[in-house]
Design a protein around this ligand. Structure first.
Ligand code: DON
Length: 575
């Protein structure tokens, strides 16, 4: 039995304390305890996002008569200002929306695309080896951004108030500045060296050469200018004209591939969501080019027949079985999933006949070995950022949006004069079959780089209905960990009867087939659980997890927004 427990210490004390207090709170549920905020319930509208300021902007839109989609558009732009390590206009993402007179659930794909000049070999040297950092840093790592087109498409389809009224609050916030909090200060301090490698990025984040201090105002004039342009000209304000020129200038200066026709030709796509039933719930999530919906569906369906009544959520029995289901599901991710516009995705991945066969691969007692291709590592030096947010209104409209620039601060390259970061989403392609990306994920031909193609994602904004009525909207950040975290939280809520706060606060666990390691959230599990998992043959890694889930649960006519206690905090609100 190979056993490795690696204890990787990072500057995580603040987060660990938060998690520990949250777990304690979830055990004792002390009313009035201020370790984490226990959310209130609301009747007219609710928002859960990574930032209290962005949530407030979304709530203002709802209060002024906008619907959940209007508010989601406004929150998306606001996060680009106050949460620039992940919130963005230089990245892309996915939205699951339930809206309209006879509400239907649709998925919007505004994922970045590879530029037309991209090639399968673009990150390989002459010997065929992957060139270090080429797919993760700088102009060459950026896909054609989709966020502005995505938010615009959402508004065109479902918006009920003027477009500029949804963009203006973010533009004004960038213009007047927001007060730096501890989270942002720490984040900039941690990334200072990496952000300073580009002069334009350094100028934006470290005005006068110093890290903005807690309590200071952080003003982003160039970003304000871009947002005012988008407010007045819609998506064209970003993809054509002066802003397009700024992106192309950045590409020319730093050797990137995006050109004016990539920008002008960028398109979003409405897709049918992945739909499956679990314990009588109707679950709708993101289809390819995200793996999120299918892999989450597989994990839950593989486990659906299991009886967990004799085990608890954090027990070794449950974690083991969950990890084995993940192993089987993530193996399919690597082999079968990619951009459906370029590759025919098998249509039986959630069929019961297929799942019955796959369920047979799971050993209830011991870890099955994943075939070793090349082990990547879960996590590593680079922490990652993405952000998920959810909005619900009193008419049953729901918006669940996850968007990203991939790792924290994306490519680290700010578009000079535009005031925003470009993504490094190209790293989500498989640069070479079998070679792991930032998240340790390996891929095959299905996810190879091709011009105009979308890179495979794990993002999984999700909506859940119970008896055809809104029940839950949730999603997460965390790269490959998004899917397992969402599946586990859903099981926690539905099978183990956890309260939403408790379900989010409890320690996380993750397996993704390769590397063949079981990740346990550091400090969250008892030694007896750890020992039992080792006995079962798992290679354990204990470290911080990347996932951060923001959800809204709708029950008995009330909405309960809950933010992950690992996050910046208190981005839940309503009225
Ligand atoms: O699309 C994906 O799966 C990744 N680019 C998401 C990255 C992410 O969630 C980073 N957040 N922690």
């Amino acid at each position: 039995m190979r056993t490795m427990i690696s204890l990787i210490k990072k500057d995580r004390n603040r987060r660990k304390n938060l998690i520990l207090s949250a777990v304690l709170l979830s055990l004792f549920f002390l009313p009035g305890c201020d370790a984490i905020k226990i959310s209130e319930v609301y009747e007219k509208g609710a928002v859960a996002s990574a930032s209290p300021i962005a949530t407030e902007i979304g709530l203002n839109v709802l209060k002024s008569g906008g619907n959940a989609v209007d508010a989601a558009v406004a929150v998306g732009f606001a996060l680009a200002v106050v949460h620039p390590e992940a919130g963005n206009i230089g990245g892309g993402g996915f939205a699951l929306v339930r809206a309209g007179q006879e509400p239907e659930i649709r998925a919007l794909d505004f994922r970045e695309k590879a530029p037309a000049a991209a090639t399968e070999q673009m990150y390989l040297d002459d010997s065929g080896a992957v060139i270090d950092q080429m797919s993760t840093v700088g102009a060459n790592s950026a896909g054609v951004p989709g966020t502005v087109a995505g938010l615009y498409a959402l508004w065109q389809e479902y918006g009920s108030i003027e477009w500029d009224a949804l963009v203006a609050p973010a533009a004004e916030l960038a213009d007047s500045g927001f007060i730096v909090d501890d989270y942002f200060h720490q984040s900039l301090s941690r990334y200072r060296e990496r952000l300073n490698q580009f002069e334009e990025t350094s100028r934006l984040f470290f005005p006068n050469g110093s890290t903005p201090l807690v309590g200071e105002k952080f003003v982003q004039s160039d970003l304000a200018g871009t947002l005012y342009l988008v407010a007045s000209e819609g998506r064209d304000g970003f993809y054509t004209g002066s802003n397009a020129k700024l992106i192309i200038a950045a590409m020319e200066r730093h050797g990137g591939l995006i050109d004016s026709s990539d920008l002008a030709g960028y398109s979003t796509t409405w897709r049918s969501p992945v739909h499956f039933e679990f314990d009588g719930l109707d679950i709708y999530s993101m289809p390819p080019p995200s793996s999120g919906g299918i892999v989450m569906g597989q994990i839950l369906k593989l486990l659906e027949p299991s009886d967990f009544s004799a085990s608890s959520f954090g027990s070794a029995e449950f974690i083991h079985l969950f990890a084995e289901a993940c192993r089987v599901a993530y193996a399919d991710r690597a082999e079968h999933l990619g951009d459906p516009d370029f590759y025919n995705i098998p249509d039986n991945l959630l069929d019961e006949t297929y799942l019955t066969h796959r369920r047979g691969l799971i050993d209830h007692e011991y870890a099955v070995s994943s075939e070793t291709i090349k082990a990547g590592s879960i996590g590593g030096a680079e922490s990652t950022e993405t952000t998920h947010y959810s909005v619900v209104d009193e008419n049953g409209n729901m918006a669940s949006i996850t968007y990203t620039i991939n790792s924290s601060y994306g490519s680290k390259l700010v578009v000079d004069g535009g005031g925003y970061l470009l993504n490094n989403e190209m790293d989500d392609f498989s640069a070479k079959p079998g070679v792991p990306n930032l998240y340790g994920l390996v891929g095959s031909e299905t996810n190879k780089i091709e011009p105009g193609k979308r890179m495979l994602s794990s993002m999984a904004p999700t909506l859940v209905l119970k008896n055809d009525e809104p029940y839950l909207t949730f999603g997460s950040k965390g790269g490959s960990q998004i899917i397992s975290a969402l599946a586990a939280v859903l099981l926690g809520l539905e099978r183990f009867g956890l309260d939403p706060h408790e379900a989010l606060a409890t320690g996380r666990f993750h397996h993704q087939w390769l590397p063949d390691q079981l990740l346990l959230e550091e400090g969250a599990f008892d030694i007896t659980v750890v020992q039992d998992l080792i006995r079962r043959g798992h290679d354990l890694v204990q470290e911080d997890v990347y996932s951060e889930i923001h959800l809204i649960r709708i029950k008995d006519g009330t909405m309960l927004p809950v933010c992950d206690p690992r996050s910046r905090g208190n981005g839940d609100g309503g009225f």
